[in-house]
Design a protein around this ligand. Structure first.
Ligand code: G6P
Length: 372
């Protein structure tokens, strides 16, 4: 078994380290040298995709957070209204779905019953269905109109890591493809995003190679009772995923919040010594989101929180307010989740390992939930 783990202490650690390759494999062969998306495998009539006036992303668990990231990118690039919904909530509320609705399901296993039932329902209502899936020939892709496979390789650990990054990558490709098809953005812009995506694997590797201080912090925090995560824009789903990882494998109470929501409630939770991870947007991004999130760091710190900050390399503005800063390389804002997620995965895996837990087989959880 230790050989299968490639020398790592767990499959989860191995899969965290597989991520540069998982992203690279998911990108491979899907664009040409001119920066044009070539998703030939997506066997769905382009004319139908051009008519789409609404996208609904359906998924559960970690895959649903990939869906939240997808929404920001798809709406930005395609200008198509995009909703993200937990698959098990979807069909019980009489959703508005018709032939111009594109339903994108995201599932690592392709066997999650909640997601499958939602896709079936959407199809019955006449929606077009595309599956983003990591498992060849599994049920959800078979029951969808088309599939865009993630090529993360088999994921063994129950808590999803490399499949998540591959799902986000595939969703970006789908968003760019739709934008290309519909003429929403300039081909030069698509080419630029593809070039930035191409640089992601090496940047993930850099985060992995420099994780020593983060691992040390994680081990020192093994007796924490609660950890909070704040993020904004695409950093919000990253915060949710950071919290989910900690719940899943370290059994620590953890919550992710939209940073802007802090003042509307969660700030009441902050007292002396409460650890708070903050995922900080790039200072180069628009809309002054960066300064707003930096203010959030100051607010929780003023109330006694321990501030653990994930920020972009070169962002010195956070240093004065952070107990620890973990830097990730620069990348355009929409792509940041492919980097900012990684430290949070490492943190959870290291902390759970320090507690002596089996990080690959957390209690009460199954890799794939094939019942409703
Ligand atoms: C289970 C797993 C989660 C996963 C979710 C969705 O609950 O424990 O890690 O995110 O299912 O799985 P899927 O295979 O549909 O991505």
């Amino acid at each position: 078994a230790s050989a299968e783990k490639g020398g790592f202490s767990s499959f989860m650690e191995k899969e965290i380290h597989d991520q540069p390759d998982a992203v690279a494999q998911t990108l491979l062969g899907r664009s040409d040298l001119n920066g044009k998306l070539t998703l030939d495998e997506l066997r769905i009539d382009p004319a139908l995709l051009k008519q789409v006036d609404k996208i609904i992303v359906l998924a559960c668990g970690t895959a649903a957070y990939a869906g939240m990231v997808a929404k920001y990118a798809i709406e930005n690039w395609c200008r198509i209204p995009t909703e993200v919904e937990l698959a098990h909530e979807f069909r019980y509320r009489d959703p508005i779905v018709d032939a111009n609705t594109l339903v994108v399901s995201i599932s690592q296993s392709g066997e999650t019953m909640d997601t499958l039932m939602a896709v079936r329902y959407a199809r019955e209502q006449g929606a077009k269905t595309i599956s983003i899936c990591n498992t060849n020939g599994s049920t959800i892709p078979r029951e969808s109109d088309a599939v865009l496979y993630t090529h993360a390789g088999p994921e063994i650990a129950v808590a999803s890591t490399k499949a998540f990054l591959a799902q986000i990558t595939a969703a970006y490709l789908l968003g760019l493809y739709l934008a290309q098809l519909r003429g929403n953005i300039f081909s030069g812009q698509i080419k630029d995003v593809l070039a930035d995506l191409g640089k992601i694997p090496a940047k993930i590797q850099k985060i992995l190679d420099n994780a020593g201080p983060l691992r040390e912090l994680a081990r020192s925090m093994k007796d924490e009772k609660s950890v909070l995560f704040l993020g904004r824009h695409v950093g919000f789903p990253v915060a949710l995923e950071g919290a989910l990882k900690l719940k899943e494998i370290a059994y620590i109470h953890a919550e992710g919040f939209a940073a802007g929501e802090l003042k509307h409630g969660p700030i009441a939770l902050i007292d002396e010594g409460q650890p708070v991870f903050v995922v900080v947007p790039s200072p180069r991004g628009r809309d002054s989101l960066h300064s707003k999130v930096v203010s959030n760091i100051q607010e929780v710190r003023a109330r006694g929180a321990r501030t653990l900050v994930i920020a972009e390399e070169g962002d010195e503005s956070v240093r004065d307010y952070a107990e620890h800063v973990f830097y990730v390389p620069e990348t355009p804002t929409l792509l940041m989740p492919l980097l900012t997620t990684v430290p949070l995965q490492i943190f959870a895996a290291e902390l759970a390992g320090a507690k002596g837990y089996d990080v690959d087989q957390p209690r009460n959880l199954a890799k794939s939930v094939t019942v409703e």
